[in-house]
Design a protein around this ligand. Structure first.
Ligand SMILES: [Fe+2]
Ligand SMILES: [Fe+2]
Length: 476
């Protein structure tokens, strides 16, 4: 008999009690690039779908449960978790850096638990890191066979023959996230125990273990699971095939294979409150020893007035790229409306101070056509003169926006057969060629070792990894 569970991540839950309408909460929402104010309703919309699946037994949530470690948010969030448990389902969580605060400078964590008032913020009671294990004991650790007290990690049985190890970070996510030495030893021992008992082991942790794209770990390695190389080695060595992660807010599935052909997958799930927010439905088949992962989004936000917008369009309208796309039509017709629309994305004070200059510049960018980059890279893109001429009809900006829109959603829009692929890779190949000849140090420093600009661009254009970030069947 197969076994079904779900996973969602990074709810960044903000209780209704934690804000009143005004610039402070709206500024935070824009800065965070998630639909912060709607997180309770979005969470309900997802969990309603989980509860509607009669086969689904357990809901996993891999950290960044609340916005910034406020007791009010945790309590309100737990009421929602309790409502799920009251329906006979299990909820297992890990916590992460957004779940506690550094109120009073108690550590390096940058978050402060606040309530958003009409004019600013006020400090509210916060949770410290060591409070998290007792606070969430009934959401995972209580069902576990083994708990690593220092980190709050735990090992529990999902069903007969299937074990899940939920790894909680020891560190504070600034100078270190991930397990310390004793935590790694505990993890290694737990995997050994499970293997000896003939169980299949799955793992989950908040921070990424395989970089979603090569450029990510190159530029922001501190955002990776601390000791990700060591953990990768351990998973390969002990035959663990899957780790579920969050944090990057990116829908992404990556396979890592070591020198001896041993492998595992990092299944990273996008944050719940992003425009293409998804949760994973995971089905374990003990007969074939496979794990089938699919993805489920929401169409509407239950209990929220979105002015008739779908969940995707509503959340997208709060997103920087959505703000820009929605404001662009006003660029020609209504400057003030345009400036208002891009608040938080562009420096509105500068836009207002020099309207002519900005309007001319932005209009010029808006009027660019795909023929321009096509001509720049024509030695490399294989496009004929006639094809390049046709591209004079295709505005450039919407094609760039299409790529950026899918950065968090996974499965980039332009596979190799598309004209956009040819145009964009033509440009990067020409830059790579120039780089090869001139060795521009600044550009070289931006690129991961041994990679070209084209290599860096490809994963954003299309899924050049497993082929699909939303679905996979993994041989355990
Ligand atoms: Fe997050
Ligand atoms: Fe995070």
């Amino acid at each position: 008999m197969s076994y079904t569970f779900y996973l969602l991540t990074d709810p960044h839950y903000l209780a209704h009690e934690s804000w009143v309408e005004g610039d402070p909460v709206n500024g935070r929402e824009r800065g965070d690039q998630i639909a912060l104010k709607a997180t309770p309703e979005i969470f309900d919309s997802f969990t309603e779908k989980f509860l509607a699946d009669g086969d689904a037994d357990t809901l996993l949530i891999t950290g960044d449960l609340v916005n910034a470690g406020s007791v009010i948010d945790h309590k309100s969030f737990q009421q929602r978790l309790d409502a799920i448990k009251a329906q006979g389902r299990r909820v297992w969580v890990t916590t992460a850096t957004h779940d506690y605060s550094s109120q009073g400078g108690r550590d390096e964590n940058i978050f402060n638990a606040v309530r958003y008032t009409a004019t600013g913020t006020e400090d509210v009671e916060s949770v410290y890191k060591t409070d998290l294990l007792p606070l969430y004991y009934d959401y995972g650790p209580a069902d576990a066979d083994s708990v690593h007290e220092a980190s709050g990690s735990y090992s529990a049985k999902l069903c007969e023959g299937l074990r899940l190890i939920m790894i909680n970070d020891n560190g504070n996510g600034r100078s270190h996230c991930g397990l310390f030495e004793d935590g790694m030893q505990w993890l290694s021992d737990e995997i050994d125990k499970a293997n000896a008992a003939g169980e299949t082991v799955l793992t989950a942790v908040h921070h990424p273990v395989i970089s979603p794209w090569p450029i990510y770990s190159h530029l922001v390695e501190f955002e990776m699971y601390g000791g990700y190389k060591e953990l990768s080695r351990l998973l390969c060595e002990k035959g663990v095939r899957v780790i579920f992660t969050g944090h990057t807010h990116v829908q992404n599935i990556q396979k890592y294979t070591d020198g001896q052909g041993r492998f595992f997958y990092d299944v990273s799930t996008t944050a719940m409150s992003t425009p293409e927010g998804k949760m994973r439905k995971i089905v374990f088949d003990p007969e074939t020893k496979t794990l089938h992962v699919t993805s489920i989004g929401i169409e509407t936000i239950k209990g929220l007035d979105t002015h008739g917008k779908s969940a995707k369009d509503y959340i997208y309208s709060l997103n920087f790229i959505g703000l820009l796309e929605n404001a662009l039509p006003d660029l020609k017709t209504d400057w003030n409306k345009f400036v208002d629309g891009v608040r938080g994305l562009l420096p509105t004070d500068k836009l207002q101070a020099h309207p002519k200059l900005w309007k001319t510049g932005l209009s010029a960018v808006n009027n660019l056509k795909m023929s321009l980059p096509a001509k720049f890279g024509k030695r490399y893109n294989g496009l004929s003169r006639a094809e390049i001429r046709d591209l004079r009809q295709m505005p450039l900006l919407p094609e760039v926006i299409a790529v950026v829109r899918r950065v968090f959603a996974g499965n980039g829009p332009f596979p190799p057969e598309t004209v956009q692929y040819k145009v964009f890779t033509g440009v990067t190949q020409r830059v790579d060629h120039i780089q090869e000849r001139l060795h521009v140090k600044k550009l070289a420093a931006l690129l991961p070792e041994g990679q070209t600009l084209t290599d860096v661009l490809l994963p954003f254009l299309y899924n050049n990894r497993t082929g699909d970030d939303d679905e996979i069947t993994i041989d355990l």
